[in-house]
Design a protein around this ligand. Structure first.
Ligand code: PLP
Ligand code: COI
Length: 340
């Protein structure tokens, strides 16, 4: 397979139009057979449900070239399951999980020339999404939907790659108790746009959101979960019913325990204890593991001992092990790697 002639190492996290995308339509109560198309544009009615009441959700996963030249995806079954749950919460018809994984494989195969080469630092990001497409004017779910997956080659989500980030504690809330924080609804990201623009203007890479009810507990950022490392090398991640159940975070907790022999705990994390951690990182498909060096809470700085120059040692081990599994350098647990 001849790869596209691209400066892979120079890619940021952006959209590049690739050759093929997958489309399936839900009409008259059923999903059609679906298939690949070259058409990247979507035509819809001015009153489409997604345009009026934001009935849309999405997923994110990646395809990799392994050290021995295979093309693989990481745990697509978990994205299929999460999108199923998201759709149910948004009164959308869930896309069948086996078909989701099958569609992912079709899109990667059809865009294999766009899967960045091993060692380039880039990957092929896959964006499954679904939206209400028929006219809806009274507030109610749409009747017709479209499910799509496109692919785009990406580099690091945060500029500067593995350089530690500085975050700020947000005055805005990301998700309410009993709301939609635990699903991947487009609306969660729409409401985070103002806080992220404000954070960027003030020189921060991202927001740390606290729980909306008490503003005492750590939730997540706009696009990633947190992991912390205690001074005695225990990995800790916040437990909350209003954060997205990150597939990267779930994988890292397993890696910490089963590959690195570390204690790993998912529990409530009070903001007051953040100053006592040795390391902090953001984890997600796009973020992979991005180290955090500093968190600023209304002028008060929390500086992690790992500093502003490189990843902390435990974060680095987690990063190396996870990416080692994804790139085929390390044996993966059963079912984590799906070959295309
Ligand atoms: N939290 C939020 C709000 C996200 O958007 C994402 C990205 O998908 C994550 C966490 C990380 O989840 P995952 O590891 O499944 O990509
Ligand atoms: C992902 O990591 O896949 C996401 O959807 C997060 C988004 C901020 C790009």
């Amino acid at each position: 397979m001849e790869k596209k002639d691209i400066d892979w190492s120079g890619l940021g996290f952006g959209y590049v139009k690739t050759d093929k995308r997958y489309v399936s339509n839900f009409k008259n109560g059923a999903w059609d057979d679906g298939g690949l198309t070259e058409d990247a544009d979507i035509v819809m009615n001015e009153c489409a449900g997604v345009l009026q009441y934001a009935q849309t959700c999405f997923e994110g996963l990646k395809a990799y070239t392994t050290e021995d030249g295979r093309t693989v995806c990481f745990r697509p079954d978990l994205n299929a399951a999460r999108m199923y749950d998201t759709a149910q919460r948004l009164e959308m018809p869930p896309f069948p999980k086996e078909r989701f994984v099958e569609a992912v494989k079709q899109v990667v195969k059809a865009n294999e020339a766009w899967v960045p080469p091993y060692g380039s630092g880039a990957t092929l990001y896959l964006r499954p999404y679904m939206f209400g497409i028929n006219p809806v004017i009274g507030v109610k779910p749409a009747e017709d939907y479209q499910f799509r997956i496109f692919a785009t080659p990406v580099g690091p989500y945060f500029k500067g790659g593995a350089k530690p980030l500085t975050l700020c504690v947000s005055d805005f809330d990301r998700a309410a108790p009993h709301g939609t924080g635990h699903i991947k609804a487009g609306l969660n990201y729409a409401m985070s746009l103002h806080p992220i623009v404000e954070a960027h203007k003030a020189g921060f890479a991202e927001n740390m959101y606290l729980d909306a009810a008490t503003r005492t507990k750590v939730e997540e950022t706009g696009g990633a979960n947190f992991i912390f490392v205690t001074k005695d090398n225990k990995v800790v991640t916040p437990k909350s019913s209003s954060i997205l159940p990150s597939i990267t975070r779930r994988s890292l907790m397993y890696v910490a325990k089963e590959y690195l022999g570390l204690e790993a705990e998912e529990r409530e994390v009070h903001f007051d204890e953040v100053k006592d951690f040795a390391e902090c990182g953001l984890c997600g498909t796009a973020a992979v593991i991005s180290p955090v060096g500093k968190i600023v809470d209304h002028g008060k700085e929390i500086c992690f001992p790992s500093g502003m120059d490189e990843m902390g040692p435990v974060t680095k081990k987690l990063y190396d092990t996870l990416t080692g599994i994804q790139m085929g350098r390390l044996d993966a647990p059963e079912g984590w790697i799906v070959e295309i």
